[in-house]
Write a new protein. Sequence first.
Length: 325
Amino acid sequence: MDDQDRQAQPRVGVVGLGAMGLGMARSLRAAGFHVGVHDLRPDVASAFAEEGGTAFTSAGELAASVDVLVGVVVNAAQVESVMFGDGNGGGGGGNDKGGAAGRLRPGSVYVMCSTADPAWSADLERRLAEFGVLYLDAPISGGAARAASGQLTMMTSGAPAAYAIADPVLEAMSGTVYRLGDEAGTGSKVKVVNQLLAGVHIAAAAEAMALGIKAGVPAEALYEVITHSAGNSWMFENRMAHVLAGDYTPLSAVDIFVKDLGLVLDAARPEKFPLPLAATAHQMFLQASASGLGGEDDSAVIKIFPGIELPGQDAGVELPGQEEV
């Protein structure tokens, strides 16, 4: 495949097949790309290969075979491991043979979709340039369902040369690609603002639902009214449906918002910018995590409120799907 063919149909790989990454990989395959994948869970990568992709045993091996590498791992530490460590997102430092940065072909593109510190993301562009690798700061929003349907929102920034190669890949994964500037870091700044709103909205939704339940309003009726009233939000409608179902299977876990709202507060601190609502929401998610709920769906933050059954507390308000003690 020559350079012109690669620009029209770049070879693409996805590292991280969680709720978002798996949907993104499937969207790419549905758009006609041959997709290579790597995940710490070999069975997940193998299952995707059975659908028509190719599984690789390390991110480094995958990187050596692609023009665009899309990283959909949890945080900056896992990006560091994938790109400069053991190549698998499992820790380690340096740049051994498994790391992806040294295996990517010069002129290829790394698309970073994690929620991360904007300053770290901007510096990652510089570090990858030392390997001749282009970089797009490209955090995502929209949830697992939109990832699976290729309708994500992507908040991107980076050099025009990186877009020239990666644009077909971005378009296949998303409904909207926002190009926010020529320098990495701006996409992550916008994602930080988005996560401030998302975290505060989930916390407020949980507080409102808990108050209504405590006051004796049937949860289903409360949900029906609020979702058709001015007080509704996307997060109330989406997350409180999990509460009604009593299903706290993590699509986005409590600990994700411990991390993300921590990033929000960290980003504001150098500016001495007050974030009272974000700080309160962060404390709510921290309380939920400290209560043993960190691995549950982020809607489980509702369980911190007085009268709602938690380990070590007396039973009070019964949430839908919970048994009365």
